[in-house]
Write a protein that binds this ligand. Structure first.
Ligand code: 16G
Length: 245
């Protein structure tokens, strides 16, 4: 790491200079993602600066998401995030969206099974209390990167065997001709708490988009009620706007 001469070169606070050299090392690839940063004590000795200064520079880079501290094992360079540009006007499935970008979808299951509906599910899906809903809670991952947590509720009538579904819910619904053709979606801002933040691999308090979707069959029946948390640092939702007449 090019840390010699930090004391001598240029003006401005030392921690900012250190921060800049670390950032340059990360962005230029001298430090690769996954690499461990040398212990703060060694950095301080090497650059002949105080540990407080090192800590301040590292804190800044952790806050900006370039470094992550892992308890007990050190500080590591974070894999850079490629933001996903997601159209807001097409009713697509996560698996399809990622496949179109050449990424492979995997899921970590949070919840999966048949349950009696909660009051929210009864209202959204129009079901009586004694009906059954299939719940699919998934951490959605594209090529190793966790992008979203999705909790989908589907009337058991459309998905009687949730345990057996593959990667894609919409592909499953396709098989029984119950893939939705229309949806209403609401997006709002929120900040992530643990354990959601930890699952998504970001610090607690990170920005997120909370998305609710209710989707419908052509007949007007509700198929899906899904609540999701999308990583704020990984998603841009894009809509084309036209002048109304
Ligand atoms: C998208 C939808 C989600 C739907 C899922 C199906 C949003 C915010 N959510 O992620 O409602 O259940 O696609 O994807 O767009 P799948 O077919 O890969 O399971």
């Amino acid at each position: 790491l090019p840390l010699e001469g930090l004391q001598a070169g240029g003006s401005g606070p030392l921690y900012l200079k250190l921060r800049q050299s670390l950032e340059d090392a990360i962005l230029s690839g001298k430090l690769n993602h996954g690499d461990a940063l040398p212990p703060e004590r060694d950095l301080a000795d090497y650059a002949s600066i105080s540990r407080v200064t090192v800590r301040k520079a590292v804190d800044d880079l952790v806050r900006d998401g370039l470094l992550v501290r892992r308890h007990g094992s050190g500080t590591f360079v974070v894999k850079p995030v490629h933001r996903v540009q997601q159209s807001l006007s097409r009713l697509t499935s996560f698996t399809e969206d990622m496949a179109r970008r050449g990424l492979t979808t995997t899921a970590q299951w949070i919840e999966r099974g048949l349950f009696h509906p909660s009051p929210d599910e009864m209202m959204a899906l129009g079901l009586p209390a004694d009906a059954l809903v299939a719940r699919l809670g998934r951490l959605r991952i594209a090529d190793d990167m966790p992008l979203a947590i999705e909790r989908a509720s589907i009337s058991a009538e459309f998905l009687p065997d949730p345990i057996r579904i593959g990667t894609s819910l919409y592909a499953e619904l396709d098989k029984t001709k119950s893939r939705p053709v229309r949806a209403v979606q609401r997006i709002s801002a929120c900040s992530l708490k643990d354990p959601d933040a930890a699952m998504l691999g970001v610090p607690a308090g990170s920005a997120s988009l909370s998305i609710e979707r209710i989707s419908y069959l052509a007949s007007g029946r509700v198929v899906e009620f899904t609540r999701s948390l999308y990583r704020g640092d990984a998603y841009d939702f894009v809509a084309e706007l036209t002048l109304s007449d």
